[in-house]
Design a protein around this ligand. Structure first.
Ligand SMILES: C[S@@+](CC[C@H](N)C(=O)[O-])C[C@H]1O[C@@H](n2cnc3c(N)ncnc32)[C@H](O)[C@@H]1O
Length: 245
């Protein structure tokens, strides 16, 4: 047990290892074997929680967490108007204390950790101080293409991934001439994105999905989506127009 083993034979302090664990888009069966092995063997598991109480990452892997494992919830502000920096500072410091005491820590990250992942903020604070390993996960982008049955890119197609939080004119500029695109962080930005897609003639190609691979996944014709009901865990996918045989 690493907890008892914090110094080696010559008295050097042995630090724990930091893992950034990609846990996939929602279906626990989409966890990789490697993520599962690390998740079930580390003494400490950390994960972001929203101020509104939503804890998606933990919920995805809840069945695999053992009672003896130490849990470190990291509260993040729900409102984008409030800076997340101080929250990540506090979370990183708590994790650093476990690592310094010789305990390995797995930080859960929904989807792929290095793609708009919350883990990157912990990585930027701690990877220089502690041995760190990032375990890739299945991104919601790719899981959604699978769930929608929508081939994303062929041959020379270019895929663009962008957040709906961009302002309207930037979104417009970024979507001009796209071969294929994925627009994430939808929530209250849906109406703005819809206007841009209509202006650019992309609306008829756009596909909408909520909570891909989760038990409450919803796929709806985009024209029927009520902007007031779009959750944060939703995205729009514009698949390639190419249809090679
Ligand atoms: C901060 S980004 C994190 C992306 C994540 N690292 C990934 O690789 O999927 C959060 C956004 O990803 C999208 N997202 C994540 N999981 C999703 C899911 N299961 N279904 C649909 N969209 C999802 C939503 O657009 C959400 O607003």
């Amino acid at each position: 047990m690493t907890e008892l083993n914090t110094t080696d034979m010559i008295g050097t302090s042995i630090k724990g290892r930091l893992y950034g664990l990609g846990i996939g888009p929602g279906d626990p069966e989409l966890l990789t074997l490697k993520a599962h092995r690390i998740l079930t063997s580390v003494p400490v598991i950390a994960y972001p929680t929203m101020e509104n109480g939503k804890v998606l990452a933990r919920a995805i892997v809840a069945d695999f967490i053992r009672p003896h494992q130490i849990e470190v919830p990291m509260p993040l502000p729900f409102s984008v108007e409030r800076s997340s920096q101080p929250y990540y500072d506090i979370g990183a410091e708590t994790i650093a204390q476990h690592l310094a005491a010789g305990r390995d820590v797995a930080v859960l990250c929904e989807g792929e950790p290095m793609l708009y992942g919350s883990f990157m903020y912990i990585f930027n604070r701690l990877a220089g101080r502690f041995d760190t390993e990032v375990i890739p996960g299945i991104s919601s982008t790719f899981a959604s293409a699978a769930m929608l049955g929508a081939p994303l890119t062929y041959r020379n197609d270019v895929l663009s991934i962008m957040p709906a939080t961009l302002d309207e004119s930037t979104l417009h500029d970024r979507l001009i001439g796209v071969d294929a695109a994925v627009i994430i962080k939808l929530g209250r930005h849906f109406a703005k994105v819809r206007r841009v897609l209509e202006t650019l003639g992309l609306f008829s190609r756009a596909l909408y999905i909520e909570r891909a691979t989760m038990p409450n996944q919803r796929i709806r014709p985009i024209a029927e989506v009520d902007p007031a009901e779009v959750p944060y865990w939703a995205l729009i996918l514009i698949p390639s127009q190419t249809r090679p045989q």
